[in-house]
Each structure stands twice: as C-alpha cells, then as structure tokens.
Design a protein around this ligand. Structure first.
Ligand SMILES: N[C@@H](CCC(=O)N[C@@H](CS)C(=O)NCC(=O)O)C(=O)O
Length: 304
C-alpha cells in the first residue's frame, strides 16, 4: 500500500479518529496541515469543494469523510483489523452514533463554554455547524451536558464487565468512535474532569485507546501533496450499480454533498456508485484527473 497523506489539523476531533485508525494499523503516513477555517484552497483544490477535516489522499485518489477513510484503510491493510470481533456492520453503524449523538453536544459545549475562541473561528463555525443554535448556546449548556453524559455513560456501562475495550479484548473502530468525543471534551472543556467524573471506568480505557498512537507520521507540504496528485492517475474502474434507485450511469455528471452540515457540493463524472461508496472523477487544469471518494451514507447524489 502506498503511504497515505492525511490533510488535517492537530486539534480536529474527526482527524483524531483517522490518526488513531492509522495508529491501530501501525501505518506510516504523511501529514499536511490544513487551515482550521475557510478558505482552504489547497484542500478544496483536491476535493472540488469539500472542506471538512480530515481528507485522505492516495496519489490522485482523494477520500472524504472518516466513514470512507476507515473503510479504505481496512481494505488496503486488513491486518490488524479495525473490527476485531468481526462485527463490521455494527462497528460502522457506530460512526453515526459517535458523529451525531456524542459529537454534537461535545462540539456545542466546546463552542459555548469557551470564551477564548478567536472571532474568525467562531464566525466560520457559526456558518458551518447547522445543528447548533449559536444564539441559544448559553441556555443550552445544561442540556448539552446531559447529552454528553448520557453517551459517556453508555461507554462506561459497556466496560462494566472489566473488558479492556468496547467490543472485548482487542481495540477497534468501536473504541475510536467512542473515544473521540471524550478526547474533544477533555481537550476543550476546562471542567471535563468534573463533568465525566461519575464514569469511573473511562480514564483507564481512554489511556488504553490513546496508546494506539498515530502510526508513523512525517510532515510534508501541501505543494508536495499536489505534486503527487499531479503525477498519479486515479485507481479504479467504473462500477455503477444498475439497480441503484437513482438510476444514474457511469460517466454522467453528478453533484455530491453531505446531508448534515458543510454541504459544499462536489461535481464530477460518476465513476463508482454502490451502497457503500460514491466516487466522481474530476478533470482539473492544475492537477489533471482526480477521483474523489465519499461514503454513500450521509451524502446526497444528484444528476447535474
Ligand atoms: N462526517 C465527517 C465530519 C468531519 C467534520 O465535521 N470535521 C470537522 C473538524 S473536527 C470540520 O470539518 N470542521 C470544519 C473544518 O475543519 O473546516 C467525517 O466523518 O469526516
């Protein structure tokens, strides 16, 4: 497997998910630091508009969203697996739980209980996090605390029989999903220790997850990543499910956008479409042909 490039920034909780998956697999990877706020021309130049963090690059193949990234990693390097009990469907389903029910209250609290956020970051996230009512964040704090604690208690309960990890003796994607909102809370909320104190099994388990580490990281520039994209050709052949309810065909021009927040659309020619993924080809003057990969889940695909 070629060495992947992760476009991310260190404080990003979703990037922490990807970094831990790379760590669990013991992979070497290259790191490109991206800005925390828009504009991000060196990122959106690769994706065609998608601006979320993180994005993974493999030559001229660009993988958006941790749900797609985790599947690509598992496919390229199956051992050690991210699904140690074989519960792949259940493990992947947990992404939705962690990215909404667990992440959203943590993100709301990180915004609402932090007076030191720089104004440009606040303005960017106000436009971005559509699930948050920034005008009511102050009043929402007690409710958000209840929601964060309710999810944390599920993880604590799962560890009640003395197991080391969420699904048993070995770490996996389920741990990474359950861990990253806590990583965010402990990193961004001054009183996280107090908020999470009732869940006594969490700290030791969190320490075990943190030990997975981030693999072998090397820093490169965005220009180096672009040069690699320019020199490579997208991998993969056209493959469009003829029974897909949207009735689209390979080569057709489509637009893809997240259906939750950060809905910036990406346009291209349809290359792959099945229940799991959607891939478009983009022809760009600066970088030649790029294939941009998304999970099918959570993305709206429309004919242009
Ligand atoms: N569904 C996406 C969510 C990614 C996401 O929301 N990332 C946050 C950072 S943790 C983000 O993009 N924030 C705005 C930004 O980085 O520009 C995924 O799983 O990768």
């Amino acid at each position: 497997m070629p060495t992947p490039i992760l476009h991310h920034f260190d404080l990003s909780p979703f990037a922490e998910k990807a970094r831990l998956a790379l760590g669990l697999k013991g992979l070497a990877w290259r790191s490109v630091e991206i800005p925390m706020i828009m504009p991000k021309p060196m990122l959106t130049g690769l994706t065609g508009g998608y601006r979320k963090t993180p994005v993974m690059q493999l030559g001229a193949d660009i993988f958006c969203d941790t749900r797609r990234i985790v599947q690509a990693l598992e496919q390229w390097q199956p051992v050690p697996t991210l699904f140690p009990t074989g519960d792949t469907g259940l493990g992947l389903a947990l992404s939705h739980w962690s990215d909404t029910a667990f992440f959203e209250p943590g993100a709301g609290l990180s915004m609402g209980m932090n007076d030191e956020l720089p104004e440009p970051l606040l303005a960017d996230r106000k436009a971005f996090f559509e699930f948050m009512d920034f005008d009511r964040l102050d009043q929402e704090i007690p409710h958000l605390l209840t929601q964060l604690r309710a999810q944390a208690s599920l993880v604590d309960r799962q560890l009640a029989d003395g197991r080391d990890f969420v699904t048993g003796a070995a770490p996996g994607w389920a741990d990474i999903c359950a861990y990253f909102p806590l990583w965010m809370a402990r990193g961004f909320l001054a009183n996280a220790g107090e908020i999470l104190a009732p869940f006594a099994r969490l700290p030791d388990w969190e320490a075990r997850v943190a030990v997975l580490g981030h693999g072998e990281r090397e820093t490169i520039t965005a220009e180096q990543a672009w040069a690699e994209a320019r020199e490579a050709e997208p991998l993969g052949e056209p493959r469009v499910d003829p029974d897909d309810p949207l009735g689209l065909s390979a080569g057709q021009r489509v637009s893809i956008a997240a259906d939750d927040y950060g809905r910036d659309p990406v346009e291209g020619e349809l290359l792959v479409l099945d229940v799991d993924e959607v891939v478009v080809l983009r022809e760009t003057p600066e970088l030649g042909r790029l294939a941009v990969h998304f999970p099918r889940m959570g993305y709206r695909v429309s004919a242009v």
